[in-house]
Design a protein around this ligand. Sequence first.
Ligand code: DGL
Length: 254
Amino acid sequence: MNTKQDYIGVFDSGVGGISVLRHLRRELPNERFLYFGDSANAPYGTRPTGEIRNLTLAAAEKLMERGLKALVVACNTATSAAIEDLRRRYPELIVIGIEPALKPASDRFPGGMVGVMATPATLREEKFARLLNRFADHCQVVKLPAAGLVELVEAGKGNGIEAEELLRPLLEPLYGKLSAVVLGCTHYPFAAGTISRLLGPDTVLLEGGPGTARETKRRLTAAGLLHDGPGEIVVENSLNCARTVELCWSLLEE
Ligand code: DGL
């Protein structure tokens, strides 16, 4: 077992954080990534905040035993519930939390109408209210809670007929009306085809993965902690089920 502190831990409630790992791998090809998805307890986004916080802290503790130099919380829901607790608990560690890409959306579409699709937990948290306040003058934001979509992505069905049926009542009334939709849950890029079809070709989809990967690189560079290869990816999941780990690998190549 690796005990040197040279892994970048990447955590999500399930398979969704793989959409962030795709960008991390591109940005930092020489790094060693340890991905942990807590699919046994997913979805987080419909749980009370205290439960999300406890699950996130427990997962971080397990990852820390493996020797981390940085932790990327590749889950918007876990970030909004627990990022401050994680930073307090591990003051020496680089801790990066993904958040909905509202800034890129408002920079790109000033004055535009922007949807934010996220879990009910992310949309109700104080952290999101603060983010919204920062950009309220720059664009008109429509909240789009998409309960149920995480479960379909966990089952490898993000772009299937069930996802289309689930999302139709939420998205079809907005066909052609939005400048952009922020995918504020890391599972949702794996339903991007369905979302795009329902919103029409003029709505741009934005995700937080690229910004999170750039920020991770910036922080590691500033701390002099970059690894100079060879890169490695380890994928683990609390379900201990080969199919879920295989799904992660196939989503990584999507
Ligand atoms: N992937 C998580 C996020 O980014 C949420 C998934 C869940 O509800 O468990 O918010």
